[in-house]
Design a protein around this ligand. Structure first.
Ligand code: ADP
Ligand code: ZN
Length: 723
């Protein structure tokens, strides 16, 4: 459709769609990625269907010429519809959503060559052990200095030295070398009857090329991954694309290994830690259709897949799929919408599906595929509560006698134990015994968390860090500071004091910050070089260690405080997931959960294995209260460095709040996190039945109020965080 003018969404969230002239010789169509003039600057944008973007039409004589069309495929139609839907549902600017689709500007510059290096066969005169090792590890492979350094596990400097010495030579290569093609027949498993039935349903849906949402519901260790891999195999066999979403980058590493074992090569990975060159290559391969399988974090959802045949959301219940900054979207829900626009099946895999998802199944909208038991000889672990009131730990300790005994026995049998506590660092609060002073973050409503391993106090919200003090800044008393409460480091200290012979490992985002560190941890666990793991939620999912037979939950009550509507559900899911790490091999697993409320419904459900009863009660309570998924919330968060400005805007919003029979606006009230990164925060909460047009009401409402540039107003539809 050649036309002399085009409506363009430019990547500037403050601007609506703009009209441009298409100069002679240039052809654009909806989806074309273009460079447009904006004042004195140039701006990326995408041509959109004019009739879908009402705007005021500018006279031809006032139009400016588009500058160029990017050397990249246009944004495909299903993705354009998804971008519109996301902007509309989450009350976000189109440009903010579009930016996620154009996540690599380098990718838009077309084909490019880069310089790579390979061995010449020449042995350098000065052959240091490092150089020798590097040449041995690189062998006949070719890559950039960076890539070769990673292969050789040496520094860039060593490689540069080898180039100088003539042992490595530069070669020109395409920046986007072809990707290895996964082989569906490389290592197929023999599926159990239940697995096969579920796999057949998924592959049939892939072949049918139509939207079909599934819940793949199977206990931990039931083989959900092996099962949905059959759907991936069907897509690969058809030469079509699959997207697998994982909740955390840390899970990518074990996933890549399993994928390679099944399909013979790694898939394309997409996450925030990619270097610009990797990002560019991945984006182009995804857009051209060459990347048959992409595994990524939630942002992979908005990439321009040419021919998507299947979407999998693994660990679909995870709340980290909810984006809490910028566009506040939920990747699980957007994934389902993407499948709808794309016309392809979507598989949500989980051992502990969210109530939202269960309700969709109950309404007949999603098809449930059930894997009832663990694969092979493995049994689900037994779960027992430890009453912290009746049988408390010794003074100054955190592990109750019953748990200590269980660890004794586990170590004696030569098996591994995992202690789970979802708190990084040594202690969550430091206070002065003399004057009561507490160390608080100057930028946030939060205590400074002690990290003893690095001798620092850190705020987990903004990263503000100080050296661990030796005296109280308030009363100046020395040696008067005490650590209150445990973090994983403190539990590790206790474990080392109790079992000095045992080898311990702390697993948190502080210690496992990279895929390489995660791989190293897995290798040490598999080699039996670790006896006790002390970890946060980072160890609760994905890992498969057959010799890990005991799990101790140090503080099962931790997630229950705070009054969040999903607190009980989240506690249940988290403990079921961490329990799922125990007894995955032939040896039976055992789980002890330390709690002060052994009688609470969620603890009883865990101990009695009564997931259904727990979910039924929770679902009924939600229906009764009209809260999600039966009603809808949207939070409005007003923030500013100027407290008065935040309050004034929140008050102004409250005064012009829409009123209706089914629409209720609560607040404003200071947010529980009343200050975050130096900004004062106020919250309002809108509540409406699902049938009410809540987003439209919010758009009209926000448009009717003005606020100063010092104030930010964020909308969070379907909020998961209430702080
Ligand atoms: P889930 O994702 O449901 O927790 P996994 O897919 O991780 O379960 O499977 C648990 C373990 O059982 C893994 O080591 C997996 O390789 C193995 N497994 C599952 N199904 C099969 C099968 N059909 N054949 C061989 N191994 C299997
Ligand atoms: Zn802070």
């Amino acid at each position: 459709m050649a036309s002399s003018r085009a409506r363009v969404i430019v990547l500037n969230s403050a601007l609506g769609p703009l009209d441009y002239r298409v100069p002679a010789g240039m052809t654009v169509a909806p989806g074309s990625i273009v460079v447009a003039p904006l004042g004195p600057r140039q701006m990326l944008g995408v041509v959109w269907e004019e009739d879908r973007l009402p705007g005021e039409t500018v006279g031809d004589n006032r139009l400016r010429n588009l500058i160029a069309v990017a050397d990249a495929p246009p944004v495909p139609l299903p993705l354009r519809r998804l971008i519109e839907w996301t902007a509309d549902y989450y009350v976000a600017p189109l440009a903010s959503v579009l930016r996620m689709a154009l996540a690599s500007t380098a990718a838009l510059a077309g084909d490019r060559t880069i310089i790579e290096y390979r061995a010449t066969g020449l042995v350098p005169d000065r052959l240091t052990p490092q150089r020798e090792q590097a040449l041995a590890r690189i062998g006949v492979r070719q890559g950039t200095i960076r890539e070769l350094a990673a292969m050789a596990e040496t520094s860039d400097a060593v490689l540069r030295g080898l180039v100088k010495a003539g042992a490595l030579e530069p070669v020109e290569a395409m920046a986007d070398r072809p990707l290895p093609v996964p082989d569906p027949a490389f290592g197929p498993p023999r599926l159990s009857a239940e697995q096969q039935a579920a796999a057949d349903a998924i592959t049939a849906a892939v072949d049918a090329r139509a939207f079909a949402p599934f819940l793949l519901d199977g206990v931990t260790g039931s083989g959900k991954t092996e099962t949905y891999f059959e759907g991936v195999a069907a897509a690969i066999a058809a030469g079509r694309q699959t997207l697998v979403l994982l909740p955390e980058i840390a899970l990518t590493e074990p996933f890549l290994k399993r994928f390679e074992a099944r399909f013979g090569c790694a898939p394309v990975a997409w996450h925030s830690d990619l270097r610009a060159t990797q990002r560019r290559r991945a984006w182009r391969a995804i857009a051209s259709g060459d990347a048959l399988v992409t595994v990524g974090a939630r942002s992979a959802l908005f990439l321009p897949y040419r021919d998507l045949a299947l979407i999998v959301v693994d660990e679909a219940h995870e709340t980290s799929f909810k984006q809490e900054e910028g566009v506040h979207y939920h990747a699980r829900d957007v994934a389902v919408m993407r499948g709808r626009f794309q016309g392809c099946p979507v598989v949500l895999a989980s051992a502990t599906p969210a109530i939202e998802t269960r309700v969709q199944v109950a309404m007949g909208r999603y098809t449930e595929l059930k894997l009832p038991g663990r694969y092979g000889p493995a049994e689900l672990p037994s779960i027992e509560a430890v009453d912290l009131i009746a049988t408390p730990p010794d003074r100054g300790r955190w592990l109750a006698p019953q748990l200590v005994k269980a660890i004794d026995a586990t170590l004696e049998r030569g098996e591994q134990a995992l202690l789970f506590l979802n708190r990084r660092g040594y202690a969550p609060l430091t206070l002065c015994r003399t004057c009561g002073h507490r160390f608080q973050c100057p930028n946030c409503t939060a205590w400074m968390v002690e990290h003893r391993l690095i001798a620092r106090l850190t705020c987990h919200h903004c990263g503000h860090t100080i050296k661990s003090p030796d005296h109280c800044p308030e009363c100046e008393t020395e040696d008067s500071l005490v650590a209150c409460g445990p973090g994983v480091e403190r539990i590790a200290d206790e474990a080392r004091a109790l079992w000095p012979e045992a080898r311990t490992a702390i697993v948190t985002s502080d210690t496992l910050w990279s895929p390489a560190r995660a791989a190293e941890f897995v290798a040490r666990m598999e080699a039996g070089a670790i006896d006790i793991v002390i970890g946060t939620q980072l160890v609760t999912k994905g890992y498969h260690f057959p010799n890990l037979t005991l799990v101790g939950v140090v503080d099962a009550d931790l997630g229950l405080s705070g009054g969040d509507l999903r607190a009980a559900e989240r506690t249940f899911q988290q403990i079921m997931q961490v329990a799922g790490r125990a007894g995955r091999g032939e040896k039976p697993g055992h789980v002890l959960i330390q709690t002060t409320q052994p009688g609470a419904a969620v603890m009883q459900a865990l101990v009695n294995g009564d997931a259904d009863g727990f979910y039924t009660a929770e679902t009924d309570a939600r229906r009764e209260a009209g809260v999600p998924p039966f009603g809808r919330y949207a939070a409005i968060i007003v923030s500013s460095e100027d407290k008065g400005a935040a309050e004034a805007t929140a008050d102004a919003l409250a005064r012009s709040a829409p009123r209706g029979d089914d629409l209720h606006i609560y607040g404003p009230a200071p947010a529980p996190l009343a200050m975050l990164r130096g900004r004062h925060r106020m919250r309002l909460l809108a509540h409406a039945p699902r049938s009410a047009p809540l987003q439209d009401a919010i758009r009209d409402w926000l448009a009717s109020v003005e606020w100063s540039a010092k104030v930010r107003v964020a909308v969070d539809v379907d909020p998961y965080s209430f702080v």
